[in-house]
Design a protein around this ligand. Structure first.
Ligand SMILES: Nc1ncnc2c1ncn2[C@@H]1O[C@H](COP(=O)(O)OP(=O)(O)OP(=O)(O)O)[C@@H](O)[C@H]1O
Ligand SMILES: [Mg+2]
Length: 442
């Protein structure tokens, strides 16, 4: 597994100084004069630095820290994903490919031997490895002779509406981004055409997909461009493909905050229109291009989240089953209901296909957590997904290298750890896929 590169952000300054000290100069008089000048200059710089720290220009300090951090993160990404710093998807073993396609591995081998469909990479040990694109090509091939339409391409058919899934909870760290990323990737690997939207200015979903908000989005490129009040851009301008076939991304960054600041102003001036429909209206431009949209919401109940909620046909509320989180969720639900009442009063349609709670970072051996899970299940019944995201070091370790469980190699983990984690994540995602299919009447 790749390691983090942590280097001293001031190292460049230090080495520059050392170089100057060891530079060779002509005669010793010249050398002394230059050294004196240099010391003078250094004293000035030191004074400036100490003045900065005495007056504590907080803005400057924070800016400096942000620049250090951004450049470190950039260096880290380059070391993790060299040489062009862009991510690629790993290959899948034949068993994994067969499972994703819902066929037997022996059938896949026969296709390969008969020269049908894409040619997998064959290792010296005679193992077949399929790329995500191979799997997609096989889907298209198999669908042609499928017993039922949609066996291999499970997306929308004539008359089915776009599924927009908002993943939310204003509790920070409740697993929204982890849930959104795994859901979007799994659905894409299963053959759905998926658009993932990062609506969180923190941009974790964006970073997870190899786009670095500070470097790659200097001239905009977030959903904000398509939902702003002043001269919005077409949503297609901010959609970018990812390294996974069927999965596109609208990245996020701090610019999204503008929507929180601008909406009250636009409302006061009477030109916000129906602010809560901004996301829905933007998405309607690409309605035909996707089967499912997954929106990773910020951990707050602002205008962005309300607009995502109004666009959503399915709502997934992530809950970490601990008392403080559940108490905070109680407030989240009450505030959401209050805000939605206001929106409904202005004539908005509040109908939706489904709303589910998903338990995240669940530890089955933890007795207090189990009490809370039992309490939630009793209270909310089938609104709580049966499957739950288990807490696993496989998930958190994968996250450290900006990957999901679908991206990491199984061999990087203890098998049982990886298998337990991926089974739980797949079970959650597949339960949601069933809900999607039900919505389409299947
Ligand atoms: N099932 C899991 N097992 C182990 N660690 C997890 C799991 N799910 C999430 N985490 C870790 O918990 C942290 C928070 O998760 P995540 O970022 O998904 O939450 P979030 O709700 O999106 O947070 P925020 O509110 O800040 O956006 C991350 O470090 C993530 O790697
Ligand atoms: Mg998040």
């Amino acid at each position: 597994m790749p390691v983090f590169v942590v280097s001293d952000p001031q190292a460049t300054t230090k080495s520059r100084n050392t170089l100057r000290e060891s530079d060779s100069f002509g005669n010793s008089h010249e050398k002394q004069a230059i050294n004196a000048k240099f010391r003078e200059h250094e004293a000035g710089a030191r004074e400036q630095i100490s003045n900065t720290s005495v007056h504590e220009d907080l803005n400057a300090v924070i800016r400096q820290h942000s620049e250090w951090l951004a450049s470190q993160l950039h260096a880290q990404r380059e070391s993790l994903f060299p040489p062009d710093a862009s991510k690629t998807m790993r290959k899948f073993m034949s068993g994994e490919a067969a499972a994703l396609l819902g066929v037997n591995d022996s059938y896949l081998r026969k296709l390969h031997l008969d020269g049908k469909g894409p040619s997998p990479e064959v290792t010296p040990g005679n193992r077949r490895h399929y790329s995500a694109q191979d799997i997609q090509d096989l889907r298209v091939l198999l669908e042609k002779t499928a017993r039922k339409p949609g066996d291999y391409l499970p997306g929308r058919r004539e008359g089915d509406h776009l599924q927009i899934i908002g993943v939310m909870n204003f509790k920070g760290g409740s697993g929204k981004t982890t849930t959104s990323a795994h859901l979007a990737q799994r659905l894409a690997l299963l053959g759905y055409r998926v658009l993932a939207i990062d609506l969180d200015p923190q941009a974790s979903l964006t970073a997870l997909h190899g786009v670095q908000p500070e470097f790659d989005l200097e001239d905009g490129g977030t959903l904000y461009d398509a939902i702003r009040y002043d001269d919005p851009e077409p949503i297609r301008a901010v959609i970018r493909p990812t390294y996974i076939p069927n999965l596109d991304l609208i990245p996020g960054n701090l610019e999204l905050m503008e929507f929180e600041h601008e909406t009250p102003r636009a409302l006061a001036q009477g030109n916000a229109g129906l602010f809560f429909f901004r996301v829905k209206e933007a998405l309607s431009q690409v309605d035909e291009d996707y089967d499912v949209v997954v929106i990773d919401c910020p951990p707050q109940l602002g205008f962005l989240t309300m607009s995502a909620l109004s666009a959503s046909t399915g709502v997934l509320v992530t809950i970490h089953p601990e008392m403080l989180d559940v108490m905070s969720m109680s407030q989240f639900l009450r505030m959401t209901a209050d805000l939605m009442d206001v929106i409904a009063e202005s004539g908005a349609d509040m109908s939706h296909d489904w709303m589910r709670y998903v338990l995240t970072r669940y530890e089955p051996a933890d007795a207090p957590q189990n009490r809370i899970v039992a309490f939630l299940r009793t209270m909310y019944g089938e609104s709580v997904l049966n499957a739950q995201m288990l807490k696993s070091t496989a998930i958190s370790d994968a996250g450290l290298t900006k990957q999901t469980l679908y991206e990491v190699e199984r061999s990087a983990f203890t098998r049982s750890t990886y298998d337990r984690a991926i089974e739980s994540v797949n079970a959650v995602n597949d339960e949601i896929a069933v809900l999607i299919q039900k919505t389409w009447g299947r």
